[in-house]
Design a binder for this molecule. Structure first.
Ligand SMILES: *Cc1c(COP(=O)(O)O)cnc(C)c1O
Length: 542
């Protein structure tokens, strides 16, 4: 815990450390002073650029920190403190890796590997009914569904749509998955122009990466934009940050409104001649709230820019929820101005992990997604998405899921999870210490507390086996309700009531809990440091 409070008040500590340092090493510092001044000057020069990106406070702090880290010893101190936090975040401690294979077995194990895998699988924690999102199918149906999907995947595990002359089977499966998905999202409506097309990808992130890349290249071709910028609400998925980094696009993050929806007026103020893309989610991952897609569509249409709608979570729920009579605002290609959509079939589509669909309003935009190579000695090459070789098995698995569940199946699932969501929200409202964040449109429900530390409540829930998602700004947690939870909502609410009671009677961090880290990370003004921490954590986890 010492390391945490240290981190929390680290600026003060460094100041103390620096004073002490300066008095001990005055001669050294005198020599270093001119050098440091030069360094500082160059920082100030870059400051101007940084300010426009990050805002004044963060920029000044960033420069202060980078300057300060040059003092010998400071970097080492920071690294030491960081390591302590990383160790604490680590879910599997390193000593557990004893005995992990680090080279090929001398003689192959043959079918013996299956027993080894069974043992490993048995070591995973019990996730059934306990994880937010994660596994979307459940109940008596699920056994049949899993074995059906697994068989479909296995039948086509050797196939690769890169070789479309050889594997016409999976080429057809992909086209049908795309068409069936598009038909749920407005492709059959007259207003869409009948040109909607798309591809399968490895997941929501790749679908979003592809939509951003296509929008960038489309806007370059149409408007000659060479310094592309995109504008997202702060609730949009982190995949857009990834896209901005990968594809060298300037990213503007705009605060959401009081209802936690994209603020289209604020977004409009960021649009300039370099804007290629704005983004809305239906719903957003953090709070499960649908952005005003029609307003965003009007903006996109007015300025002649692209609008991507993130339906990764909602694509296989909202069309059915609307059919069931739930009041769902417009969110698909029927909205003028929407140019692309991402839909995860591996979430509520119940397809195997590693499957998603990206859709475009017309072929002109989709063509910007493709990469054609004419000068390779390996021959003429063209590929639609990020991957070269692609898993035909997963495509067949997704096809099997959509075809076997069918319209009636998805309608029934949606009815069950929407009702579970309503039951959960009703129960949450009865816990006076908690409040629901905004008004959830679907099956993701986020909640926080005005008088208790919600992350401490989350730690108690974790000790009861629940795996929920921790959110920030505001500090809250969410559960993404799937078929796994339909039968356990009452149990969830009971555990939650008990956890709230425990924290109320005994506020403060529980041993081994993550609440202090979330709390400290949220308050740390130097976001670069928090980012470094995450990278170190990842680096030591895999
Ligand atoms: C899950 C999700 C994504 C990213 O999907 P991955 O499959 O995890 O890459 C993007 N946007 C939203 C709204 C999501 O829920």
């Amino acid at each position: 815990m010492e390391s945490l409070s240290g981190l929390c008040s680290y600026v003060d500590e460094f100041r103390g450390f620096a004073n002490q340092y300066l008095s001990n090493y005055e001669p050294v510092v005198l020599v270093m002073f001119p050098i440091l001044s030069i360094v500082l000057a160059s920082f100030l020069q870059s400051l101007i650029g940084v300010i426009s990106d990050k805002g004044l406070k963060a920029a000044l702090l960033g420069v202060f920190m980078s300057f300060f880290k040059l003092v010998p010893g400071v970097q080492k101190y920071i690294d030491g403190e960081k390591q302590k936090v990383v160790n604490k975040l680590q879910s599997s401690d390193k000593s557990k890796r004893d005995g992990w294979a680090s080279e090929l077995p001398k003689s192959g194990l043959g079918f013996g590997v299956l027993d080894r895998l069974k043992d490993e699988k048995a070591n995973d924690v019990a996730w059934q009914g306990k994880c937010s999102g994660t596994v979307y199918i459940a109940g008596s149906e699920s056994e049949g569904h899993f074995s059906l999907i697994n068989e479909a995947c296995a039948m086509f595990a050797h196939t690769n749509p890169l070789h479309l002359d050889v594997f016409q089977s999976v080429v057809r499966c992909e086209a049908e998955v795309v068409a069936m998905t598009a038909a749920l999202l407005g492709s059959k409506e007259k207003c869409s122009g009948g040109q909607i097309c798309g591809n399968m990808t490895s997941g929501g992130t790749e679908s979003i990466l592809m939509a951003v890349k296509s929008s960038r290249d489309y806007m370059k071709a149409r408007k000659g934009i060479t310094k592309p910028e995109m504008i997202i609400p702060v609730s949009a998925h982190s995949a857009y940050d990834k896209a901005a980094q990968y594809f060298n696009i300037k990213l503007w993050r705009v605060p959401v409104n009081k209802e936690f929806q994209a603020d289209s007026r604020a977004i409009g103020q960021f649009i300039n001649k370099n804007t290629i893309l704005i983004v809305g989610s239906a719903p957003g991952f953090p709070h499960g709230i649908i952005d005003p897609i029609e307003e965003l569509g009007e903006l996109a249409f007015k300025f002649g820019i692209c609008l991507h709608v993130d339906l990764c979570l909602g694509g296989f729920v909202l069309p059915f929820a609307r059919k069931l009579g739930y009041p769902i605002p417009p969110f698909d290609f029927s909205v003028k101005g929407v140019t692309s959509i991402s839909v995860d079939v591996h979430k509520y589509g119940l397809a195997p992990k590693g499957t998603s669909v990206v859709l475009y309003r017309n072929h002109e935009i989709r063509k910007c997604q493709f990469v054609a190579v004419t000068e390779w000695t390996g021959g003429l090459y063209v590929s639609p998405t990020m991957a070269g070789s692609r898993p035909g098995g997963l495509i067949a698995g997704a096809w099997a899921s959509l075809m076997s569940v069918g319209m009636e199946g998805y309608l029934e699932h949606t009815r069950e999870i929407m009702e579970a969501s309503k039951r959960l929200q009703k129960g949450l409202k009865e816990i006076s210490e908690l409040y629901i964040v905004g008004r959830p449109d679907m099956t993701v429900v986020a909640f926080g507390s005005h008088n208790l530390d919600i992350f401490e409540i989350n730690d108690i829930m974790s000790s009861k086996g629940w795996h929920l998602n921790a959110l920030q700004r505001p500090n809250s947690i969410h559960i993404c309700i799937t078929l796994q939870h339909v039968e356990v909502i009452d149990g969830f609410l009971k555990d939650l009531r008990d956890s709230v009671q425990t924290v109320k009677e005994n506020p403060g961090p529980v041993s081994g809990g993550l609440a202090p880290i979330y709390g400290a990370a949220g308050k740390m003004p130097d976001r670069g440091m928090v980012g470094d921490l995450l990278v170190d954590f990842m680096d030591s986890s895999c």
